[in-house]
Design a protein around this ligand. Structure first.
Ligand code: GUN
Length: 282
């Protein structure tokens, strides 16, 4: 058996087309959603992300504000910029690209963003709202994974899901979203005992570890839906966390890297910005 390839690129293009339509409807009321992206320092991978976020923001008809600060910027100066963006009515969404330089307190910076403009969904208020079932800004990568899963599987209620990785950005919010859809969720991590056996129980397997080829083919339950969140730069180019060639022999469906989760992340960022703008303007 060879798994169906889940085409995240095509799903993301459809989502962006729907967003562009909604942006045109807002424009007819004189409203243009705006997304501010802040990049501190010169991390090359972050540069690539920020450039493509800016391009896609403009493509759907939103305004992109880009702020580039040197790596040695004092934290106070970044906090002052965030305060200015919080107060700016043209800015509906604020994203501070991570990782930040080491002299900065990441949590303090994220929590300085107004929760209603926190399109990354990283603010502690949004994390708390998600965990308690309230309306929240939801982190973009897990939101994109959820959309791909619902497209493929329909309702997720009762499905057995294993999330490998417990980060605040992917693993924890992914588990919350699956739980909200009534899946039975296990979060696995570096201290989990007998991870291969646990994974073999998963009808839905989400890999968010950040290690190339971490998930082996024989860990996959036959017919499972496998979502690979990993983006690992190797000598052979970008690879995921899953041994794709081997996993494909057992899975029912699997996301490729690149072209799987990645494009959905940026599309969901635009969706969150649109949501933020729509909430502000009623
Ligand atoms: N760095 C890597 N992924 C992300 C993301 O989703 N948001 C932000 N702000 N920084 C990142």
């Amino acid at each position: 058996m060879s798994a169906e390839i889940i085409d995240g690129k095509a799903s993301a293009a459809r989502l962006r087309a729907r967003i562009a339509e909604d942006v045109r409807a807002l424009a007819a009321r004189g409203i243009t959603p705006g997304l501010a992206v802040v990049l501190v320092g010169e991390d090359p991978a972050s540069e690539v992300y920020v450039r493509s976020k800016g391009r896609m923001t403009r493509e759907v008809g939103m305004t992109s504000f880009e702020h580039r600060l040197p790596a040695d910027t004092p934290e106070d100066a970044l906090l002052a910029l965030i305060a200015q963006l919080n107060a700016d009515p043209a800015v509906n969404g604020i994203l501070v690209q991570l990782p930040l330089p080491r002299h900065m307190d990441e949590a303090a910076v994220i929590n300085a963003i107004a929760p209603e403009k926190d399109v990354d969904g990283f603010h502690v208020i949004n994390a708390g709202r998600l965990a308690t079932g309230q309306t929240a800004m939801v982190p973009c990568t897990p939101l994109g994974c959820l959309m791909l899963l619902r497209d493929r599987l329909g309702p997720l209620a009762g499905k057995r899901a294993v999330v490998i990785g417990r980060s605040n950005i992917v693993g924890k919010p992914m588990a919350q979203l699956l739980l909200r859809d009534s899946a039975t969720v296990t979060i696995a991590h570096s201290r989990t005992a007998d991870l291969p056996a646990l994974c073999r129980e998963a009808e839905i397997l989400i890999a968010a570890v950040g290690r190339p080829f971490f998930v082996q083919g024989d860990w996959i339950r036959p017919g499972a839906t496998v979502i690979d969140v990993g983006i690992n730069r190797t000598e052979d180019g970008l690879v995921g966390d899953v041994d794709f060639v081997a996993a494909r022999q057992r899975a029912g469906a699997i996301t490729p890297v690149p072209g799987g989760v990645g494009p959905m992340t940026i599309a969901c960022l635009l969706a969150n910005t649109l949501t933020a703008a729509a909430r502000t303007h009623g």
